[in-house]
Design a protein around this ligand. Structure first.
Ligand code: TMP
Length: 207
């Protein structure tokens, strides 16, 4: 099974990924966690170029190619081989981040984004995608706790940008069945329970 987690920065994805991993492992399933951008030697180098706040002159076209280059490598080197071995792959972000951030957020033409995504993912469409939805204001409160000096290039973007990204996620969630939008203001345990229910439901459908 290929599971992806999405949402604006500080939505709480990583905590949920960790809990889901522990749950699946408790059932003796093999799990591989991947983060985007990153996850291979090449992709981690691309990640550091993308997130370095020194690179504030980066153009949106450069940005989409770098995120997609990182993903193209990750899909072929890690994701496809793991899925073929029956491993549960959980990715912290995937191509929907490109649609939400570079498409809706930056304003790159959505058809172009679709073509670039297709080339990068080579048919590796997630079986299920959780969007942890929180308001930009709630995200900002969490962001403040991290402190401005620790924010990366993407996290330093304006509120308007994150509003567009959030709306983008909610729009794409209405277009495909694989999406589950989860209210990120619920407690960690409530969210974890919802996610496990959805995974179990899907698993029953897939056998
Ligand atoms: P992270 O903070 O969740 O590790 O993600 C890195 C940042 O990169 C985050 O702000 C979201 C952004 N991003 C994109 O803009 N496009 C993408 O395709 C991906 C994967 C991430």
């Amino acid at each position: 099974m290929f599971i992806t987690f999405e949402g604006i920065d500080f939505c709480g994805k990583s905590t949920q990924i960790d809990l889901l991993k522990k749950y699946l492992q408790s059932l003796n399933k093999k799990v591989e966690i991947i983060r985007e951008p990153g996850g291979t030697e090449i992709s981690e180098i691309v990640r550091s170029v993308l997130l370095d706040k020194k690179h504030n002159r980066m153009r949106m076209e450069t940005e989409i190619f770098l995120f997609s280059a990182s993903r193209a490598q990750l899909v072929r080197e890690k994701i496809q081989p793991a899925i073929n071995k029956g491993i549960y792959v959980i990715s912290d972000r995937f191509h929907d981040s490109t649609t939400a951030y570079q498409g809706y957020g930056r304003g790159i033409d959505l058809e172009t984004v679709k073509h670039i995504n297709n080339l990068a993912i080579d048919g590796a469409i997630p079986d299920i995608t959780f969007i942890i939805d929180i308001s930009v204001q709630a995200a900002n409160e969490r962001k403040m706790r991290k402190g401005k000096s620790h924010l990366d290039r993407m996290e330093l973007a304006e509120n308007d940008f994150f509003e567009r990204v959030r709306e983008g996620y909610l729009t794409i969630a209405r277009q495909e069945k694989r999406f589950r939008v989860i209210d990120g203001t619920k407690t960690i345990n409530e969210i974890n329970k919802l996610i496990i229910e959805e995974i179990n439901l899907l698993e029953r459908k897939m056998v």
